[in-house]
Structures are given as C-alpha cells and as structure tokens.
Design a binder for this molecule. Structure first.
Ligand SMILES: *Cc1c(COP(=O)(O)O)cnc(C)c1O
Length: 403
C-alpha cells in the first residue's frame, strides 16, 4: 500500500513534474529497524549497495547496518563518500588491479576474492602499499545437495558459475594466505558465498547452514584459526505479485540465532540488498493516453522502462496503484477523456519498443488519461539498472521524503 506521504506528493506534482521517483525514508528507517531487531545481536548486517546506492538511502540505513557490500571501484568511492567510516566489503567479479590498489588506499575493510588471479593481484598491491594484514574472505561456490533447497533453482551456486571459487580452487589459494601457509600480506578471515536469490526464510536458513558447515570443515581440515567470519550472502526473497508478503525476518532471525549457537566463535554476516530497500521507493507517473488495439486496452504512460527497467528484466508486472485525478484542472481538453473501465489494461511507456511494458493485462476498475499511477516496489534495482538515455526523454524527478 502506498504511504500517505507518497500519495500526497504524487497527486500534488504537476504532469510536467512527472515521472518522479518518490522515496519514503521514514518507512525505510522503520523497515530497516524491524529487520535489525529480528536478527540476533551478534549477526552482522551489510547492505548490498548495488540494489540502490542513492546517498539518502545509504545514509538512512547507516544506523541499522554494520556496513556495506560494494561491487566495483565506483561503488567503493561512492559509498565511502556517502557514509564515511562505514565498513566496506568489496566483492564482485573482474576487479581490476587499479580498483584493488585504490580500495587498499581507501582502507576497504574486507575483500571478497573471486579468483586465484585476483588473490595474486591483491597480494601484489598490498605488498606495494606496505600493508601486511589485508583481510580476505574467499567467495566460494559451496556445493549444495540438489534437494537442499526443495527444488528451488539456484541462481549462482553449486553449478558452473563465473562467480567465486570452486572448492578445488580454494585449496590452491590457501598457500597464498597467511594463517594458511604463507607470511604474505593477506589474511584469510573467512568464507563468503552468495548462492541464490529470491529464497524464502526456510531456504535461506538451509543455504546458510550449508555454508557455515563448509567453512567449519575447511578451517578444521587446515587448522585455520583466523577463519572466524562466514558471510552467507543476500538474496532474501521479495514477492512482486504480492507486495504484502514479506520475507519472514522473524523466522530467519530465530534460525540464524540457532545457527550461531552451533558455530561458536564465528561471526555470521548477511548482505541483503533488494529485501531492504525495494519497498521504500515508488515510481509515480501519469496516464498520457488510453487506446484499444485488436480488442485490448493500452494505457500509455509518461516515462517507461528506461526509468524502471525492473519489469522488463524480471518479466513481471510491476505492482501499481491508480491514483484517480478528479479535479477539473486535470482534464481541460474539449474532447472526451480517454478511459477504460472494468477491463484488463496493459501499461506501457513512451519507448518505441514492444518491450516497454510495465504491467500486462491487469484488471482495473477505471483508468483515465490524467490519472496518476504509482508503481510500488521501486526502491531497489529500478532507476539504477535502467537505460536512461534511450530515446532521450527527460529524467524523472527524485524526491526523498523525510519528515
Ligand atoms: C547482488 C548481491 C547481493 C544482494 O542481493 P539481493 O538479491 O539484492 O539481496 C549480495 N551479495 C552479492 C555478492 C551480490 O552479488
């Protein structure tokens, strides 16, 4: 449900002020606090900045998170500047030597190393910088038994993957890490895995247990006393078809507390992105035109998937709410207001491509030119994953409500 602050602004903005992204920061704050409160105190919560790196979002989360997971040199610079002093964990495939050197200069707290070569590049860069204790987590494709997720397809782990290291590659990395054979500048502090996304709490707990067990076995087998951290990744599920069905943080927190008891002396860490910020943002726009073609209704909206690519990439209907605009000022033209009633309508944007669809054949009581449409769940992987310059339409406005 749209929050009242967002609704008020959405109806007050003029057509030319639209489309607009509207973020409800008090709602984000309340959600982040509730998530944090559901988790055991010792569990570290990092926010995966790639979900939404807008500085007001990063800063609103700051009191409720332990740190930020960043996945490029750009994100390292950006998050450092937006929330100075917050711990950063630098992950992501294909880190360049330049990015690694810059991250060391900026004092990045944790490196999630994804390959043997990357480990060698980081060791060389750390040596050149005169550093002797750079903290590394190896990102591992922890193998999962095929039945462990109850049939949920794995996005990133347990099968061939460009991300992270297979277990055999981990073995080959150990001699390059202090506490594991070498006296080089890199310390093996833990294991990182991000195996799947869109999992519910029970599936997440199963994956977390598998990762923690794998880390324990590795540490016992090789006497790795410094391996005290287990980052089990992000990917907590959200449901675009049912915005009110939220990830069960209470059950997850309870399960993670149990897992922590089974792994004394180890720090457990998670790094969700989407499930933290998706609910705080709305993409608000207006209906420009309504028409019928081949017996189907189409509503053409100001804006489109060049601003909110989420429904195109995920092939879903972006959830939305119609905000009827009934003031006489809304419709001053001397012809009948284009409208659909009690009929499925497909909501499209202004792009000259059939892929510019935000929601398909959705039943609405009524939708008219001039009405506002507020797309929900636009707080993560929305604006920042979109191809803004395609067709050169104006950019949306950005409103960070905080009262
Ligand atoms: C994208 C990503 C995350 C966050 O995933 P969400 O689905 O947004 O929770 C966490 N860790 C890594 C390594 C990622 O690539």
């Amino acid at each position: 449900m749209i929050t009242s602050a967002v609704r008020t602004l959405a109806t007050e903005l003029t057509g030319d002020d639209l489309p607009a992204y509207v973020y409800d920061l008090p709602a984000l704050r309340a959600h982040a606090r509730a998530v944090r409160d559901a988790l055991p105190p010792g569990l570290e919560l990092y926010y995966a900045a790639k979900a939404n790196p807008a500085p007001p979002v990063l800063r609103t989360l700051a009191p409720h998170v332990t740190g930020y997971e960043v996945a490029s040199g750009g994100e390292v610079e950006h998050v450092r500047a937006a929330v100075p002093g917050a711990p950063l964990a630098f992950g992501g495939p294909g880190k360049t030597e330049g990015e690694l050197r810059r991250a060391l200069t900026l004092g990045v707290e944790r490196f999630h190393v994804e390959s043997e070569q990357e480990l060698r590049l980081l060791a060389g860069a750390a040596k050149d910088a005169g550093l002797d204790a750079v903290d590394v987590l190896l990102r591992v494709n922890v193998p999962l038994a095929s039945d462990e997720l109850g049939g949920v397809a794995l996005a990133m782990g347990g099968r061939p993957s460009p991300f992270g290291l297979d277990p055999e590659a981990v073995q080959r990395c150990l001699p390059l890490l202090s506490g594991a054979g070498s006296h080089g500048p890199l310390r093996l502090r833990g294991i990182h895995a991000h195996l799947a996304s869109g999992l519910d709490a029970a599936a997440q707990l199963t994956v977390a247990a598998a990762i923690a067990d794998w880390a324990r076995k590795l540490s016992e087998r090789h006497g790795l006393d410094d391996l005290t951290e287990v980052n089990v990744g992000g990917g907590m599920g959200v449901d675009y078809a049912h915005p009110d069905r939220r990830f069960d943080w209470a059950a997850y927190g309870k399960g993670m507390a149990d897992l922590a008891l089974r792994h004394p002396g180890r720090t457990l860490r998670i790094e969700p992105g989407r499930a933290l910020t998706v609910y705080c943002g709305w993409y608000v726009t207006e209906v420009l035109d309504i028409k019928h073609s081949g017996g189907e209704a189409f509503a053409v909206l100001r804006g489109g998937t060049h601003h909110i690519r989420t429904p195109a990439t995920k092939q879903h209907d972006q959830p939305f709410q119609v905000l009827p605009m009934d003031t006489t000022a809304t419709w001053t033209r001397p012809w009948a207001r284009p409208a659909v009633r009690e009929e499925p309508v497909t909501l499209v944007g202004q792009l000259c491509t059939p892929k510019d669809v935000l929601a398909r054949r959705v039943q609405v009581p009524e939708l008219r030119a001039g009405d506002r449409v507020a797309f929900a769940m636009a707080g993560a992987y929305a604006w920042n994953i979109s191809h803004h310059d395609f067709l050169m339409h104006p950019r949306p406005g950005f409103h960070y409500l905080d009262t």
